[in-house]
Design a protein around this ligand. Structure first.
Ligand code: FE
Length: 270
């Protein structure tokens, strides 16, 4: 697993609280691990799978199965207890798992909202391509190359999965006031007007601006894969403790006592 942030010196990239790259991992029979029942309050968890299958169940009664290319956008809001596990088949027989989990903070006004669950299968997620086909984008949130995403977010968010082949280039328009970053998870790509090279495992913070220039040299041998994430920062006080992210310390204490008293519910048995 790779965790671009939080990391020392980078507690968050407001409003993004965490980015995990799960795998790619090849599990043998009985080896695959997930996250059994645990609570969340005050933010959203987003799971995007590239390979393998995860199963979700939560105390608000939502259940889902997310396979390659699917996305699950869970707004914990007031509080849910959920489990996120590799599929029964992968747990039993082993298999390959690769995906991302992103935590998105909620604005103070939405932290106690009713939990919400959005699940989109790969074929319902908009995709676009440059005219020469060398730059392709999957629009999980926000718009790209004229295509708008289907996920409804509480604040405007851009979440793209880019694939750029040698010789490919694209120009991504960023909405006003957005702060964005790129995380490369395979190959390398050149970003910005000075074509700064960003390599596998690196994260690049983008300076404020209207456009992101994306380039890949025609002499490269690899294919670049990277995420671009952006939003207008919330700039609100944040107190974070494990699975709870609130605005004040008192709200964190309240979250703990609500969780311990069972006020975040239970996952219904099937
Ligand atoms: Fe979770």
């Amino acid at each position: 697993m790779r965790r671009p942030f939080p990391a020392p010196g980078m507690e968050q990239v407001d409003p993004f609280l965490l980015l995990d790259e799960m795998g790619p991992a090849d599990y043998g029979p009985g080896e695959a691990v997930g996250a059994p029942d645990h609570p969340h309050r005050g933010f959203e968890t987003v799971t995007y799978m590239l390979e393998g299958v995860f199963e979700h169940a939560d105390s608000a009664g939502h259940r889902g199965r997310i396979a390659a290319g699917d996305v699950q956008w869970m707004t914990a809001g007031d509080g849910v207890i959920h489990s996120e596990m590799p599929s029964r088949e992968i747990q039993r027989d082993g298999g390959r798992v690769h995906g991302f989990q992103l935590w998105v903070n909620l604005p103070a006004r939405d932290k106690r909202m009713r939990p919400r669950y959005q699940e989109l299968s790969s074929d319902a997620i908009p995709k676009a391509s440059s005219p020469d086909g060398l730059a392709r984008v999957v629009g999980i949130a926000g718009s790209a190359m004229g295509v708008s995403a289907a996920i409804d977010t509480r604040i405007p968010i851009l979440f793209h999965d880019w694939t750029v082949l040698p010789g490919g280039n694209a120009r991504l328009e960023l909405p006003d006031g957005f702060r964005a970053f790129a995380y490369v998870f395979s190959g390398s790509v050149r970003l910005g007007p000075d074509r700064h090279e960003v390599r596998d495992g690196e994260m690049a913070m983008l300076s404020p601006g209207r456009f992101l220039e994306i380039n890949k040299s025609s002499t490269d041998k690899d294919t670049a894969r990277f995420l671009v994430l952006g939003a207008v920062p919330l700039r609100e006080p944040m107190v974070r403790y494990g699975p709870f992210v609130m605005n004040t310390r008192q709200e964190i204490e309240e979250a703990f006592s609500d969780y311990q008293a069972g006020r975040m519910g239970m996952i219904p048995a099937v």
